[in-house]
Design a protein around this ligand. Sequence first.
Ligand SMILES: Nc1ncnc2c1ncn2[C@@H]1O[C@H](COP(=O)(O)OP(=O)(O)OP(=O)(O)O)[C@@H](O)[C@H]1O
Ligand SMILES: [Mg+2]
Length: 367
Amino acid sequence: MSSLYIGVMSGTSLDGVDAVAVDFSDGIQALGHVALPMPEPLKQGLLQLNQAGHNELHLAALAANDLVEVYTAAVQALLAQLDVPAASIAAIGAHGQTVRHQPQWQDRVGYTWQLNNPSLLAERTGIQVVADFRSRDIAAGGQGAPLVPAFHQQVFSQPGQTVAVLNLGGMANISILQGAQVFGFDCGPGNVLLDTWCHAHTGQAFDKEGAWAATGKVSQALLTQLLSEPFFSLMPPKSTGRDLFHAQWLNHHVQAFPGLATADVQATLAALTAQTCANEVLRHAPQARQLLVCGGGAYNLHLMHLLGQCLPGMAVSSTDSRGLPPMQVEAAAFAWLARQTVLHLPGNLPAVTGAKGLRVLGGIYPA
Ligand SMILES: Nc1ncnc2c1ncn2[C@@H]1O[C@H](COP(=O)(O)OP(=O)(O)OP(=O)(O)O)[C@@H](O)[C@H]1O
Ligand SMILES: [Mg+2]
């Protein structure tokens, strides 16, 4: 069977779709990357579906189909870039678009909901698709997230050293790699609050390089209030999403400080993001000397600078320094997870998600 897999990821930032081709024939080698922007009407539709609304089952099904058309375009562009036929790909790992993440619901088994239509993706591409990676872990009592630490370990661990990996996507998650031992969890917002505030007050989808935040002054009072969010002090396993860190959460807190300039709020949100991530690294891996950052947040120079300030004993760099560009890491992880499933190997790490045991994740949709 081919050792070429494609991972397709669209994360909580809703910025777009990343497709990465990975060759597993000799280690793990990323061969190509295509990033397509999320069409604006689809982005708005998906954003709305993060909350309960009228006729949402119908709207969700159609949004999933529209999303798969973008996934298809990304896969086709990747095949063209690599100049390989669909038949050379063993499988596509398609994450889908998370619109709800409630791994526990009160005292009941919860759920996580990634909009997707793997049947349509298999039909459109002629390639076997693996999807719905998170549900089995939740069925086994886990958080269903994060699933990327096992892949981070494969690519970034270094013998005799503790390496921390921070993915700054919409949400932020940390992997702590100590040789064969891996630990990880979601630590809270990555870019989501920064993007939300920036879009509301400048019209831009995100604060490029963090330049706007860098002009503002941190409000210690607002920062203290935001830091009182109970999620930040929870011990792992823990995972989160837009279910908690949404515009209303942010506006509710900011309303208590009516005099604050909008740039000062942005500066405070950057400080919150850096501090909450750094606090978790210090709490769980004080011995780490290296923090590798992936996800789009690695391009936010201001945020990277703040992380460096919060972690004076650590070398903070993007995963580029280890040969895998920040925007390719998560998609490559879903190529790896798809391969695990196809080979009937487990994809979750119980020490990370809290599941009762190792599980083969996802469902397979034949070509
Ligand atoms: N040049 C840049 N400057 C500042 N921020 C950037 C830049 N480029 C990307 N970003 C941020 O990165 C975000 C996208 O990151 P990414 O694609 O990793 O997140 P995601 O899609 O939510 O992924 P996931 O949730 O799966 O980790 C953008 O929304 C933006 O906030
Ligand atoms: Mg993205």
